[in-house]
Design a protein around this ligand. Structure first.
Ligand SMILES: *[C@@H]1O[C@H](CO)[C@@H](O)[C@H](O)[C@H]1NC(C)=O
Ligand SMILES: *[C@@H]1O[C@H](CO)[C@@H](O)[C@H](O)[C@H]1NC(C)=O
Ligand SMILES: *[C@@H]1O[C@H](CO)[C@@H](O)[C@H](O)[C@H]1NC(C)=O
Ligand SMILES: *[C@@H]1O[C@H](CO)[C@@H](O)[C@H](O)[C@H]1NC(C)=O
Length: 645
């Protein structure tokens, strides 16, 4: 669609003259407010009002402008005698013109019980203004009288219009014809007028006044609450002393709220003799925070646009006034240093930090570490977690960062059984849309107890190995391997296993299959016990321990009746030896008992190839245990022969 040539461009001055205002909210959305009786409204009998707007949205340089046409029709018939609207950029007053019935003269003008008819000026005001009457002049009371022709007034920015039953007068918020008046401590801009209609020699005039609060004296702030005071009795609008307040409504952004919604938002309304008081918590739903940067410090302001609608009647004149004020309020800048919440759990070996709250107009740009600055994308590529959390109930957000202890930006120091991890960083932030940068430094530190592995010690007596394991920092989080097998509960019982929360101990007899024989000496066996502690998760040994002991042992015995016995044990160095295949010199003399570790021979001085040697006071019998020749040949390449005497 093309831009309609007949369209009129709504400049700011035309907007205030004609009853339009615009508000851009924090999402960047424009809200356009139009008075029912705006200059361009199609008015059907003062009951239905239709306004049509063409909106032109500027595209960027590449795109065409976009045109939208919007039309809205509103029904409104419940007009009060006088309706006053205080909008952002204008004040408007609409007063009822007299109806034909009001021609009637007072029954007894002298008694004048009804002041409406007692005052000749008011009587004139009530005359019907038919087509023959023309508005000629407006008198402003500032409070001295100033007279202006209609055309001049319109040129000065005033909107003046007749509707079927009403006179509408609109004024920009401040003009030379308005003045400020302190009403119950609240400063108000006041417009007081009389509009003169003339028809030949007849003249009539209508009074119309509006008064709108300005911030001075209207609002007080604490860091948590906004309090807005509106005089209950707006003197410049009231002709008699008495008024009766019939209705009070609160709204936001021009929309009325019901009491339940007000309570949910924690707005409160109170009325005393002097003021109507609205309290709104800073941060409440309906308003929004805006971020600001001052000296690299973060500040916020909170903006909300409450509305008050009053309906009152003046007892003396039986005329009601509907009064509506839209009142944008912005708090002063509040210093809101962001909070750092350190959620690090050292055992997870990861720094976790939250920074906030910030308004939704803050963006995280980068993070500076001692030797580098990383953009958010760099951080993510590096394996850090960077997230933005919006709070569900308010328009605030927090930033979350996770940095693993293993990253080079984290420094480590050792301190008495602890490792201290520390991280210096600075968040680089930006307030949009102004692109105002600010930063917030953060120092994080986490301590982890050093992991001490369990330790093993041990000793022997004449028949057992004794093993003591002292737990490390991880407690009993290991499995014990004795020799080559896991220390199961069955085995633990055999080995008199004990445990007390800090230590475990067990005893292994030297003859146990878990013990290996390293060598045979004249009257002892050199043995070794291997113990390993295994991490069941990684299946890796945490600790390996070997204990070597010599156990005294009688391997050869001679009995008085001529019987001799010899025990052959398999050494660790000949793992493939089968003791059952060993024989004495006489290869037919095998062991009388054998298993995979032992061979036990029983023989006499004159059997199995035993030889004798004579010494002065003793006789030495000798024999030899070995593998028979043919077996030995097979084994020869592997190991030495065991040999016993
Ligand atoms: C938002 O909710 C949290 C917890 O639910 C509460 O602590 C906080 O005060 C609320 N904020 C507002 C602005 O209501
Ligand atoms: C990091 O961000 C801050 C805040 O927006 C900005 O001022 C600064 O220039 C950035 N630094 C780098 C190296 O991009
Ligand atoms: C556990 O046993 C070890 C070794 O026997 C001993 O030194 C320690 O005091 C005992 N601890 C407790 C709590 O009984
Ligand atoms: C010889 O004495 C030993 C030990 O007392 C015994 O075990 C063995 O049977 C005896 N041998 C004979 C042939 O009596």
């Amino acid at each position: 669609k093309d831009w309609d040539d007949s369209a009129i461009l709504l400049t700011p001055s035309l907007a205030s003259q004609c009853g339009f205002s615009i508000k851009i909210n924090q999402m960047g959305n424009a809200m356009i407010y139009a008075s029912l009786q705006n200059c361009f409204a199609q008015n059907v009998g003062d009951k239905a009002f239709t306004t049509t707007l063409t909106l032109r949205l500027h595209g960027n340089r590449m795109a065409e402008d976009e045109l939208y046409q919007v039309a809205e029709t509103c029904q409104y018939a419940a007009w009060a005698s006088r309706e006053i609207v205080c909008d952002r950029n204008y004040m408007e007053v609409s007063v009822k013109r007299a109806a034909p019935d009001d021609y009637a003269l007072p029954e007894n003008p002298v008694q004048g019980t009804n002041p409406k008819f007692g005052d000749p000026r008011r009587a004139a005001e009530k005359q019907t203004i038919d087509a023959g009457f023309r508005i000629t002049t407006i008198m402003f009371y500032i409070p001295v009288e100033k007279v202006m022709g209609v055309t001049e007034a319109q040129r000065s920015g005033y909107g003046i219009a007749n509707t079927p039953s009403r006179l509408v007068l609109r004024s920009p918020k401040t003009t030379p014809e308005t003045y400020t008046q302190n009403v119950a401590g609240v400063h108000m801009t006041v417009l007081k007028t009389s509009t003169v209609f003339e028809k030949k020699w007849l003249a009539t005039q209508i009074d119309a006044a509006a008064a709108c609060p300005i911030l001075e004296g209207s609002v007080s702030f604490t860091p948590n609450t906004i309090t807005w005071y509106l005089p209950r009795h707006i003197d410049p609008l009231i002709s008699s002393g008495q008024l009766q307040l019939l209705e009070v409504h609160i709204g936001v952004d021009g929309q009325r709220l019901d009491p339940a919604e007000m309570a949910a938002r924690q707005y409160s309304l109170s009325i005393n003799d002097v003021h109507i008081i609205i309290q709104i918590p800073v941060g409440a739903v309906g308003g929004y925070f805006k971020s600001h940067v001052q000296d690299d410090h973060y500040h916020t302001s909170y903006t909300i646009e409450p509305m008050l609608e009053l309906l009152w009647t003046e007892d003396s004149i039986h005329e009601d006034t509907r009064y509506k004020v839209l009142f944008p309020i912005t708090t002063p800048l509040l210093s809101r240093p962001p909070q750092v919440i350190d959620n690090t759990v050292p055992e997870q070996r990861m720094f976790k930090v939250l920074l906030g709250p910030f308004g939704s107009d803050v963006a995280l740009m980068n993070i500076s570490f001692p030797y580098e600055v990383l953009s958010v994308a760099d951080c993510i590529a590096r394996g850090f977690t960077v997230l933005e959390h919006m709070s569900p109930n308010s328009s605030s957000k927090v930033f979350m960062l996770e940095v693993p202890f293993t990253d080079p930006v984290v420094s480590q120091t050792r301190d008495m059984g602890y490792t201290v991890y520390s991280l210096h960083l600075t968040f680089g932030l930006l307030v949009l849309p102004e692109f105002a940068p600010f930063s917030h430094p953060v120092y994080l530190e986490a301590k982890l107890v050093d992991i001490v592995p369990p330790s093993v010690s041990g000793g022997c007596d004449y028949q057992n190995f004794y093993v003591l394991v002292q737990y490390g920092t991880q407690g009993a989080n290991f499995q014990t391997i004795v020799g080559k097998q896991l220390l199961t509960s069955d085995l633990a019982e055999q080995y008199s296993f004990m445990e007390n929360g800090t230590h475990l101990s067990f005893a292994v007899p030297f003859s146990s299959p878990d013990v290996v024989f390293e060598a045979i000496e004249s009257s002892s066996v050199k043995t070794r016990l291997d113990v390993a502690l295994l991490n069941p998760e990684t299946n890796k040994n945490i600790k390996e321990f070997s204990l070597a002991c010599n156990f005294p042992s009688t391997l050869i015995e001679c009995f008085p009746n001529g019987t001799m016995t010899a025990l052959a044990v398999k050494l660790e160095s000949v793992p493939s030896l089968n003791p059952g295949q060993l024989t004495l010199r006489d290869p037919t003399c095998g062991p009388s008992y054998s298993d995979d570790r032992y061979a036990y021979f029983v023989f006499t001085g004159n059997s199995c190839g035993t030889t004798r040697k004579f010494f002065p006071n003793m006789m030495l019998y000798a024999n030899e245990i070995s593998l028979p020749d043919e077996l030995e040949k097979i084994r020869e390449s592997n190991t030495e022969d065991p040999e016993y005497e």
